[in-house]
Design a protein around this ligand. Structure first.
Ligand code: GDP
Length: 296
């Protein structure tokens, strides 16, 4: 189920409830079941959905609501708050500061949109007057450096990489050093993704992280991966100190539920979303407007 449909389904469930003459236990349960179904179909993890349902029922204690209370509004507010809670891990991620050097390392599976997102992230900051730079520490995929180089050149962002060197740690360290010397304030390290979660990928990521000591590790996740989102995000979090999430491909047929699961698994906020293949199809992510839009 795509995001717009999810929002539609939740709104419909709430609307149906408010059409009922009396809002009793059964009407509330029917409404929550509809919402639960919609969230599951959007690939939100089962446990999250179940917890949410329990929380709402605890908050909206129908017996305690005196006559005259606007039950519909109270229930709507509870649904809104619970969705926000899933998307808000409670603490903001590290935020780089303009003019002060920060190293940001990107991790994620191959095909997730990691390299594209590195450039979008650099470009976004460059437009705001930062001095970003890109380091390609992906020596595994042939063509990775070319892709980064092409993107970086198009955006006029300095880049570092090598066709010859096969040690990603060495390249990462050299690139970070070089750009520190050049006083870049946002040094972005793109790492290898491989095609699936495998021990070698995680070990390599750990080594690059240890050697470059990033201020922030961003986990990039394709929004269409579905129910696998939670486990995938958790596996990355266990290997490197993921501090933020960027969800890509929120355009098209994205099942946005994966975003909710990734936040829960990494206890890190979503900071941006990717909404297309182009450099500027990139949006800051804010929980409340996102949920408001979702609920229509
Ligand atoms: P990587 O292997 O993780 O580095 O992934 P790439 O950056 O090479 O991206 C894989 C594919 O996804 C490319 O065709 C990108 O153009 C595409 N892509 C990346 N982000 C987005 C997005 O937000 N929306 C859409 N529609 N495509 C995207």
């Amino acid at each position: 189920m795509v995001l717009a449909e999810l929002g539609g389904s939740i709104s419909r469930a709430l609307q149906q409830m408010s059409n009922a003459t009396v809002i009793d236990e059964k009407v509330l349960n029917d409404c929550l079941n509809d919402i639960t179904r919609a969230l599951l179909q959007s690939d939100v993890q089962f446990k999250l959905v179940r917890d949410m349902q329990t929380n709402i029922k605890n908050i909206v204690n129908l017996d305690d609501l005196a006559a005259g209370h606007n039950k519909r509004r109270i229930i709507q507010q509870a649904v809104f708050n619970e969705l926000c809670k899933i998307l808000d891990p409670g603490k903001p991620s590290f935020t780089p500061k303009k003019g002060k050097t920060s190293v940001v390392m990107f991790v994620g599976l191959q095909g997730s949109g990691k390299t594209t997102t590195c450039t979008k992230y650099a470009y976004y900051h460059q437009k705001k007057g930062w001095k970003p730079a890109l380091v390609c520490a992906d020596t595994f995929r042939a063509g990775a450096f070319d892709q980064l180089k092409q993107n970086a050149t198009k955006a006029k962002i300095p880049f570092y990489g090598s066709y010859m060197e096969s040690d990603p740690v060495k390249i990462a360290v050299e690139g970070v050093e070089r750009f520190k010397e050049e006083n870049c304030d946002l040094i972005i390290v793109d790492t290898s993704g491989r095609h699936k979660q495998e021990a070698a990928l995680f070990e390599e990521m750990r080594q690059v992280s240890e050697a470059t000591k990033p201020d922030l590790v961003i986990f990039v996740m394709d929004s269409s991966i579905g129910q696998a989102a939670f486990d995938q995000a958790q596996a990355f979090k266990q290997s490197v100190a993921v501090g933020a999430v960027i969800v890509t491909k929120m355009d098209g047929h994205a099942k946005g539920g994966g975003a909710l699961s990734a936040v829960a698994a990494t206890k890190s906020p979503v900071i941006f979303i990717g909404t297309g293949e182009h450099m500027d199809e990139f949006e800051v992510f804010d929980v409340k407007p996102f949920v408001s839009r979702l609920l229509g």
